[in-house]
Ligand binder design. Sequence first.
Ligand code: GTP
Ligand code: MG
Length: 369
Amino acid sequence: TEYISVGELAELMGVEVSEVISTLFNAGMIVSINQRLDADTIQFVADEFGYEVEFITDYNELEIEIPEDRPEDLQPRAPIVTVMGHVDHGKTSLLDYIRKTNVVAGEAGGITQHIGAYHVELPDGRYITFLDTPGHEAFTAMRARGAKVTDIVILVVAADDGVMPQTIEAINHAKAAGVPIVVAVTKIDKPEANPQRVLQQLAEHGVLVEQYGGQVQCAFVSAKTGEGVDDLLEKVLLEAELHDLKANPNRPAVGTIIESRVEKGRGNVATVLVQNGTLRVGDPFVAGVTSGRVRAMFDERGNRVEAAGPSIPVLVLGFDELPEVGDQFVVVPDEKEARAIAQKRQQIRREQMLRKQRRISLDEISRRM
Ligand code: GTP
Ligand code: MG
């Protein structure tokens, strides 16, 4: 496993990146600033600079063994897509447009409910799941917790503004997470739009679109007129096909907590993105250091649902305590076992917190892992 990059490690220790690079060079390793390091290398560098490293166990992985699926049990699943980009470049407008034009016909009923993620059916019957919440911070938080939820990042860049600091941040996040990018150059309806300039700027930051001989797909869109949006969705689906996204719907559910809150009259509720298996009302589960049983589930339109398969986000009622964003959600055979696992994890976490309090210098390094 690779943990943090050379640059991040230097920052944590408060030394120049060049010092870390030259330390590694002297040890016979040639690294770049964005290169991610394994545990042994981090340990080595930290030693050289007089730091100790503590590798915190991720309690998400404790006490539950998730069996691998047999290849013949896997079926195609919808891609899970996160939209990222600079402030005001049109992320929400683009998602709103996509959602508005792809609402399942005849689905009256329920008031639209914010659940942080939604599942869109395209006219040809294919699906895409969009994550709404992940601003960069949420994305980083999830990545720090080891939660891998996004298959594809749509990088939104406004044609009238070009590549900006948060665009670069988004590029770095996607690269560090190893998630493929599809570029959406947006606001092309504006008179001052200059999409070609955007492509050139992206190239300067290592994102080579197809028009520049690269591999990254790119669409020119307007959330105002809708121009190019179908093309963008087509490209997202094409990218998804390249990655052969699959899951096994016929097994107990495994997923990730996308958001959580306390609701009046409903208690602890959380949006669970099911990543494998099928989640059903009545299922006992563990989520991070809490547990529970699914009392009820709702889709993003507030309709009750009985079951949710791979790539489907659902609002779940029935958590004993509020789970955290990025917590892994796993269905287990019975509620008693669920509670026992959650308690054991709480115990481990308490012990780790105590240890961390005594070793302040390590805290930062641990936290990022
Ligand atoms: P933050 O969530 O604040 O980072 O912004 P955002 O990226 O979600 O941008 P948002 O969708 O809120 O759009 C910002 C502004 O740009 C709004 O005034 C939109 O109406 C406008 N806008 C977004 N997309 C387009 C577009 O395609 N064409 C035009 N003309 N305006 C757009
Ligand atoms: Mg927005």
